[in-house]
Design a protein. Structure first.
Length: 568
């Protein structure tokens, strides 16, 4: 052995990089692959140019002390996410196609760990670049902050791997308990978001009397002090001080010493990780099998539908919510998927809705009149886009079963409608509950809120029907990982462009229903309130008409779906 690690593993890493580059070039040789890849690359460059330009032209620069507090808080969040990933995947992850050959080769465990860390470093450099470009805005020195984030993001995979290997040395029951503890931590994070949202809609006097987090939330709402300077957070983020001071350094003279310290810590962590006296081979085989199965499920559909069914929910009865007709039977099948697979996705959905609600309050918090109408609309729009993209309990998970679905002796429009109903009902209930609770806590439970609550199911159905219609018209399979990222981005951009064109057409169709009603009532001398009351039923009629039209079009697209063209 010469140098750092095994020469054979270094050669394997170089060959894998060369193979990934050749696959990208092979995609560029076809017109479709070249168009989608170049479109994705252009969108990525524009996406990255925005934060870089804002960082250079930033008019407000944070003080080094304030920037350090924010970096420490971000480090705590990323550290928790990293540890949660280690709790879920113990041992050393290696790809299914190479793990058995590498474990049977005459290689030491330390060399295998170094090989895995080198692979993670190459992938982490891309994520570090993205996070660095977004993090350097308003930093004392944007260029130094970018360099610091790139180094810090290289240390996170090392910590993740150390924790995953260390868990391999624990007894199986202890490790199972720790994996369940990660779910408890995630639930606490959801509760913290809920408390923060409640705090934004509660009187400060009542909020400050809340135990534990009350004073912290009160200081955040009042703006009296930076909540990140709270003593509790200061103690929790103490391990991240070297990286925080490196990233928030205002000058090179202060950056270089902390950069050297973080570089030495990174090298020490790498060697410590490589020399942990834990035999992780059996657990690594199990982890590799589970990850390979998940990648296969992502290729078939992605989203929450790609999760593994819960063993605990196997005994739960599936309700026939839509009757025992053929339509109800098709919908029952999708309800079974929601019950079996969507448990963890619901926690993520609650966290996402809390974050969207928080951002809506930040956006409209300055004007109470705008907040009363703008906040529920922002929750409805953001929640619809996120939840419908994340659940995917529709045709996007059924690409492998389309030959069976096309053989069902039912009209295509009925199959299309029944397949979408369970996901639409779930998303609409989550959004309605979020909008209603937000308005109730804010004391803004007016008639406009009930209009939004009634229109949300129709809007959600229209969006899901459009998304599935475009998917059935041009079905695509996900390519997990960074290799297919540009291709996936290009495909999604084309899909979104078609979706927005269809949305614009649906808006025009609604206008032809709403416009005449508004003109008639307005020119008959009706008051503004009467005009609004007359237009609202017309809006509902227009939305229902759009939904009916989309079901009909979706049935047409489903009927023309050619199973033989799907080559997998």
């Amino acid at each position: 052995m010469s140098g750092w690690g095994s020469p054979a593993l270094r050669l394997l890493l170089r060959l894998k990089l060369r193979g990934a580059w050749r696959r990208q070039l092979r995609r560029l040789r076809t017109p479709k692959g070249a168009f989608l890849s170049l479109l994705g690359a252009a969108l990525f460059v524009l996406w990255m140019a925005g934060p870089a330009f804002q960082a250079v032209r930033a008019s407000r620069t944070l003080a080094p002390e304030t920037a350090e507090l924010r970096v420490r808080a971000a480090g705590l969040l990323l550290g928790l996410i990293t540890l949660a990933g280690a709790l879920a995947h113990r041992g050393l992850f290696l790809h299914k196609s190479e793990i058995e050959r590498l474990f049977s080769a005459p290689l030491s465990r330390s060399d295998l760990v170094r090989y895995r860390l080198a692979s993670s470093a190459i992938r982490g450099a891309f994520g570090g670049l993205i996070l660095g470009l977004y993090s350097m805005r308003n930093m004392p020195s944007p260029a130094l902050a970018l360099a610091g984030v790139l180094l810090a993001m290289q240390s996170l995979p090392v910590v993740n791997q150390m924790a995953a290997i260390a868990l391999g040395g624990l007894e199986r029951k202890t490790a199972r308990f720790l994996r369940r503890a990660s779910g408890v931590l995630f639930a606490l994070l959801v509760a913290a978001f809920a408390l923060l949202v409640i705090g934004l809609n509660t009187h400060i006097g009542d909020l400050s009397s809340m135990p534990l987090l009350g004073p912290l939330l009160a200081s955040f709402v009042n703006g009296e002090q930076d909540p990140l300077a709270h003593p509790l957070l200061a103690r929790l983020t103490l391990p991240f001080v070297p990286w925080a001071r490196m990233i928030s350094a205002p000058s090179a003279a202060q950056f270089v010493p902390w950069f050297a310290v973080c570089l030495a810590l990174h090298a020490g962590l790498v060697e410590l990780c490589a020399r942990l006296p834990v035999d992780f081979r059996e657990l690594s085989l199990d982890t590799s099998d589970r990850v390979a199965a998940r990648i296969a499920r992502v290729r078939r559909g992605g989203g929450a539908a790609a999760t593994r069914p819960s063993a605990a929910s196997a005994r739960w009865p599936i309700p026939w919510l839509f009757g025992r007709t053929p339509l109800g039977a098709i919908a029952w099948r999708k309800c079974a998927g929601l019950v079996r697979k969507a448990q963890s996705a619901l926690w993520v959905a609650l966290l996402a809705l809390g974050f969207i609600t928080l951002m809506a309050h930040v956006l409209f918090g300055g004007d109470p009149e705008q907040a009363a109408l703008g906040t529920p609309i922002a929750i409805a729009v953001g929640g619809t886009f996120y939840l419908c993209s994340g659940l995917r309990f529709d045709f996007r998970e059924d690409l492998e079963r389309m030959d069976v679905i096309r053989a069902w002796p039912q009209p295509s429009w009925r199959v299309f409608l029944a397949t979408l109903l369970p996901e639409v009902v779930l998303v609409a209930l989550l959004l309605d509950a979020t909008v209603f609770m937000n308005a109730l806590l804010a004391g803004a439970l007016g008639w406009h809120v009930f209009v939004i609550l009634g229109a949300l199911p129709l809007v959600v159905f229209a969006w899901v029907a459009l998304d599935n219609g475009v998917f059935l018209f041009a079905p695509v399979r996900m390519v997990p990982g960074q290799e297919g990222m540009l291709l996936n981005v290009g495909r999604r951009l084309v899909q979104l462009s078609l979706l927005f064109l269809l949305v614009a057409g649906a808006a025009v169709a609604c206008f032809f229903v709403v416009g005449p009603v508004w003109l008639v009532v307005h020119y008959l001398g009706g008051s503004p309130e009467l005009v609004v009351r007359a237009v609202i039923p017309a809006v509902f009629v227009g939305l229902m008409g759009v939904d009916v039209l989309l079901v009909w079009l979706g049935g047409k697209v489903l009927r023309r779906f050619d199973v033989a063209r799907d080559k997998g």
